[in-house]
Design a protein around this ligand. Sequence first.
Ligand code: ZN
Length: 218
Amino acid sequence: MPAVGHFDLAMCFKWLLNLVCLSVLLAVIAFGFARQPVLAKHVAANWTGNFSPCERHSELLKRDTMSLGVRISTSNLELAKQFESALSFWATVVDMAWYEDETTSCAVQLVEATPSILKSPIVARAQLAELANFQGWIAFDSHAPLTKGEMYVIAVHEIGHMLGLRHNPNTNSVMYYFNVMGPQVLDRSDLWQLSFRHKLRFASIDAPVVVPENQLGD
Ligand SMILES: [Zn+2]
């Protein structure tokens, strides 16, 4: 006759061990979920500096028509001119208009770079709208030995970053990692990316947009 209620110590220990393992696993998952909101709140921050604020920088986050007051805070008049030409180029691509605004009600500001913002050989750097502390600042090394054309193309590139574009591995794109010579475009990938944030002035993104070369080589 088999023993009723036979107590198997080894089996009991095995079940107990499984129960402990399961509890630890559930505790780890619960801890992970509890931590998630804290991690989600942690957004990388932009570079910063001792510059006057641009109180209307949120204009750059608008999908519809942007009206951008632009403050030029550089002593390099040629750089200021090329930066303004670059803004005018962008106004032909996205639904935006810009005007000079030398007050804190600006949306974009060209500022003099400091060594803590730029590491050589980088000559310009834009703040990114999706990062914390966004102020609409684009820092430029106004003493860098650049031609007018290089200033123009670099300004187009940096304003592109500010409008939400990332680097593009296509060497013909003005959003390529480095400044390269020759004709440059906004390709389908650039335009597609841009269309998520801003209203484009084109019905189709299939044809590349050529960055005018009128300033190049000067
Ligand atoms: Zn870049």
